[in-house]
Design a protein around this ligand. Structure first.
Ligand code: GLN
Length: 473
């Protein structure tokens, strides 16, 4: 019940001492114990006694607490390294791996007083979009447990959707925050490349990886984001915090024109998803925004640029798991991950690198220019997150090409380094969630949050709870 409330409501109750951090932690464990065997959203759950002790200490110190995240239970995608809790990245290669240092984001949240409950399931190394490529049992969707929760941050999205935690931290290389948010009816923000430090997130593709918050609403995302942003001396690509007041700015209206990029509505898009996104455009229009059709012609190569870049980079990043320095034997890598290493090594090999990797980088620059041009005529872009609603378990993991195509509308956004927000937008007739994607100019997260906030003030999709929960949850 408490974890169904917004972060700001919980924060007020905590400050007033109407509820305690211990109450919240107890509720989180009760839900996990009752429901997680049905959806597999956690890989590691922290020892309850230890966490309760942490919550008791937080309750004792609860005097003049300023940070709204104080005492609030959350989880981390199991791709963030921590010294005291193992990090597996969903692969047996890192089973029981303890890092010598903590990820920056984890440290920041700890300082803010948030309480980490455990680490969530994902596609190993971020390789996938269905939370099936994991050595710890495939994730399931709380809206229909015969279906995938999306991925690769499927665990965090499923845990938030089932109110096991108040929020979670995901990672997005080509859609991993947005894809599962859209499939589990939650909200997720992929920030501009450089907005949040990547220090301590296990690298998939270093020029694309972005850290970001996942939660039940845009208002919650804004609150979490404020704690996460900023320059970090351990990540040279992290940028100076421009001191946006994300929460206060939610009430500003800096957007006038919403662009509908026509390449995101072409062949391959499920008609149910198309209908829902076009309905959203109408709703914005009724609310006073102008809608303009825009074009990003190079999107037809977007997915190729994404996969050439991400697989090349992952083949290089995965070289550190040689069984000598880190973890166990690389024989334990999954077929999906081995395939990606092979494809990436091929794209980088002598004789092919000019034709494949380098060409993709040239196309990447051009794609960025096209997005910038589109932003000359509109302020934000509105489009689908994935071409189809959540697939049945087994459908994607057994069809790698189909799985790659699910990233059609998300991967190219990482290629361009842009911020992008995924929020609930409606349901199919068989009660499967469908999300929408809002894409913004680089470093203009505040504009996306405002637009998402406007929509969540007008609609109630985001407060709908999955059938896995009962009335009192
Ligand atoms: N599904 C995409 C991929 O497999 C994105 C994954 C991610 O963002 N980590 O590459």
């Amino acid at each position: 019940m408490l974890l169904n409330k917004s972060i700001s409501d919980i924060a007020t109750l905590i400050k007033n001492k109407t509820i305690s951090a211990v109450d919240l932690v107890n509720e989180a464990y009760e839900k996990i114990e009752r429901l997680d065997s049905q959806i597999n959203s956690f890989i590691t759950i922290r020892n309850k006694k230890e966490v309760i002790k942490e919550a008791e200490e937080a309750d004792k110190k609860n005097i003049g607490t300023k940070n709204p995240l104080y005492g609030i239970p959350y989880s981390l995608k199991d791709a963030y390294v921590t010294t005291k809790i193992r990090t597996t990245c969903a692969s047996k290669v890192l089973n029981n791996f303890l890092s010598p240092y903590d990820a920056t984001v984890y440290q920041k949240l700890k300082q803010a007083g948030a309480i980490m409950i455990g680490k969530n399931n994902l596609d190993a190394w971020g390789h996938g979009g269905s939370t099936e490529n994991t050595d710890y049992g495939g994730g399931k969707n709380p809206w229909d447990t015969s279906r995938i929760p999306g991925g690769s941050s499927g665990g965090p999205a499923a845990a938030i959707s089932s109110r096991m935690v108040s929020f979670a931290i995901g990672e997005d290389t080509g859609g991993s925050i947005r894809n599962p948010s859209n499939m589990c009816n939650t909200s997720g923000l992929k920030v501009s490349y450089g907005r949040i430090s990547r220090y301590g997130v296990i690298a998939y593709a270093s020029s694309l990886d972005s850290v970001g918050p996942m939660a039940k609403s845009v208002e919650d995302l804004a609150l979490i984001l404020e704690t996460m942003v900023g320059k970090d001396k351990f990540d040279a690509t992290s940028s100076i915090n421009k001191n946006f007041d994300y929460v206060k700015d939610l009430h500003k209206r800096t957007t006038k024109i919403i662009g509908l990029p026509k390449e995101f509505f072409g062949e391959g898009l499920d008609s149910r998803v198309r209908k829902i996104i076009l309905k959203v455009a109408k709703e914005y229009e009724t609310a006073g925004y102008k809608i303009a059709e825009v074009s990003i012609p190079l999107m037809k190569y977007g997915i190729s640029i994404y996969y050439l870049t991400s697989l090349s980079e992952t083949s290089s990043n995965m070289a550190r798991y040689d069984g000598v320095r880190f973890g166990n034997s690389r024989q334990l890598l999954s077929d999906e991950t081995k395939r990606r290493i092979m494809l990436g090594s091929y794209a980088l090999s002598a004789g092919y690198a000019d034709e494949l990797y380098k060409k993709a980088q040239k196309a990447r620059t051009k794609l960025i220019k096209e997005f910038n041009k589109a932003f000359e005529v509109c302020d934000v872009l509105l489009c689908p997150v994935t071409p189809s609603p959540p697939a049945k378990i087994g459908e994607l993991i057994n069809d790698p090409l189909k799985s790659f195509l699910e990233d059609l509308y998300t991967g190219p956004i990482n290629v361009a380094g842009l911020p992008s927000l995924a929020i609930p937008a409606g349901f199919t007739t068989n009660n499967l969630p469908v999300g929408m994607q809002l894409i913004g100019k680089r470093f203009h997260e505040e504009q996306l949050l405002q637009m998402g906030y406007v929509y969540q003030q007008l609609t109630h999709w985001h407060i709908k709870k999955p059938p896995l929960l009962n009335q009192n949850d």
